[in-house]
Write a protein that binds this ligand. Structure first.
Ligand code: GDP
Ligand code: IMO
Ligand code: MG
Length: 428
């Protein structure tokens, strides 16, 4: 019985949804702690293929309680749409619980996301335009609307009146846009709040009880370490703390309650949006990784930038997250490559370094130092144990494990839940 955090170890889209869907079969509770609808987690199981943005990937088992914690920012219209899509195919959302302290992505947040990105011009961050950054800005500025406010018609009316008036000044005077109508915003938000009300509760109490009853609690990270507000490639990051440290704050549980951290890595690496990316392959190799891996954004459909595995960035992720074990996903995408490269260190201004520099300018100048391994040029997608894998694929995995200094618990060789090789139990 354990509390296990599953965290993205690269720049996102590592296959966290698939890993959580696989591990959820052993859990009683699955909880999200940060992010918003910038997240796109793909799950492929016997129920079908799903792209989840806010709902935790444990939702397919009616016995599991799913929690959206206080650290998540919730677009209520999007959440209702996701709930509608799941219920229309027979997936019950009765056990979906939403923190009363979670902040709301208000109708003006996506508008401001778009306007802020446009204002950045060529230096734009390439955000998902879902209003996630502006919602977190308001949370920190102490002018956010929380779920407990959204479901209270009286409080909501006062907040909308005041906040929309303030945002309208920004929209009209600074950005030269049309103002929002206070009554329309209120009516829309009131409707969302009343529809979501049955799901809203103090989820930290619920989690506390589950932990006291020694249940397996699976914590689902969104985004990833290199997109972390503090330890990612700032300012090309997301506006929350996706690292394992964010889990305690984003769920209202003590850090002493977390037992294990599992980092999810692709067997190579991708990035969506702008920012430095030392191992990026802007050539046929990158193109091949993109096509074989289906590397197009789950949320925005944008082509993902692709490159070889970066062991320096991976060690950074192992350290920042206190990672106990790794899940390596999408090994099958490398099946046809005659040789495979791994970045083992960076060269910065003629010096060999083994860390991710804080300075954006310095990180942009880092060049990878490569180690090359022979490929296996055989299909791995039917492998169900390490022994089923070609010898060179086994060597590649053991090389990755040595380079990142972390044992491997899971390997995935296809997008379906069953295409997972279990090396060790992740719940300990
Ligand atoms: P997440 O955001 O970390 O949950 O990842 P995404 O869902 O955005 O992107 C991962 C993509 O890779 C999805 O399309 C998955 O279905 C797919 N995927 C996950 N694991 C594997 C795997 O082992 N092999 C292949 N070929 N695809 C996978
Ligand atoms: P999952 O959970 C990949 C990226 C955006 C952009 C930056 C900031 O599916 O791994 P934001 O909208 O958060 O303000 O955008 O972060 N980004 C992601 N990239 N996967 C994600 O989520 C991402 N969520 C945000 O592309 O570069
Ligand atoms: Mg994704």
């Amino acid at each position: 019985m354990a509390v296990l955090v599953v965290v993205g170890a690269q720049w996102g889209d590592e296959g966290k949804g698939g890993v959580v869907d696989h591990l959820a079969t052993q859990a009683q509770v699955v909880a999200r702690y940060q992010g918003g609808t910038n997240t796109g987690h793909t799950v492929v199981n016997d129920r079908g293929t799903f792209r989840l943005h806010l709902v935790p990937a444990g939702i397919f088992d009616p016995e599991i309680t799913c929690v959206i914690g206080s650290g998540v920012v919730i677009d209520p219209g999007e959440l209702l749409e996701e709930i509608g899509q799941l219920t229309s195919v027979g997936v019950s959302v009765e056990r979906l619980m939403v923190s009363d302290r979670a902040h709301v992505v208000m109708p003006y947040h996506p508008i401001l996301d778009r306007l802020e990105e446009a204002e950045r011009g060529a230096a734009n961050l390439g955000t998902t335009l879902r209003g996630v950054g502006p919602a977190y800005e308001d949370k920190v500025a102490r002018c956010g609307v929380r779920m407990c406010d959204l479901i209270d018609e009286v409080v909501l009316r006062e907040q909308v009146k005041e906040l929309v008036a303030r945002k309208n000044k920004l929209l009209t005077v600074y950005y030269g846009q049309a103002p929002l109508n206070v009554d329309e915003v209120y009516e829309q938000c009131r409707d969302y709040g009343q529809r979501l009300k049955p799901h809203v509760t103090d989820t930290s109490v619920l989690l506390h009880k589950a932990i006291c009853h020694h249940q397996n609690v699976l914590i689902e990270g969104a985004q990833a370490t290199l997109l972390d507000l503090d330890y990612g490639t700032y300012p090309y990051v997301t506006s929350s703390s996706p690292t394992a440290g964010g889990a305690a704050a984003g769920l209202g549980i003590g850090p002493t309650r977390i037992d294990r951290v599992l980092g999810v890595f692709k067997a190579y690496i991708t990035r969506v949006g702008a920012g430095p990316f030392p191992t990026e392959q802007i050539n046929e190799i990158g193109q091949e990784l993109r096509e074989r891996g289906g590397e197009y954004g789950t949320t925005t459909g944008r082509p993902r930038r692709c490159g070889w595995f970066d062991a320096v960035a991976a060690r950074h992720a192992v350290r920042i997250n206190g990672m106990d074990a790794a899940a390596i996903t999408k090994l099958d995408v490398l099946d046809d490559f005659p040789s495979i490269h791994i970045c083992t260190a960076y060269r910065l201004d003629g010096e060999v370094i083994d860390y991710v520099p804080a300075s954006l300018a310095a990180y942009s100048r880092c060049e990878p130092i490569w180690e090359t391994l022979a490929g296996w040029q055989a299909s791995t997608s039917d492998a169900r144990s390490l022994a089923d894998l070609p010898v060179n694929a086994q060597r590649y995995l053991s090389c990755l494990s040595d380079l990142i200094g972390c044992p491997i618990d899971l390997v995935s060789v296809g997008s379906h839940r069953r295409q997972t090789i279990v090396v060790r139990s992740s719940f300990g």
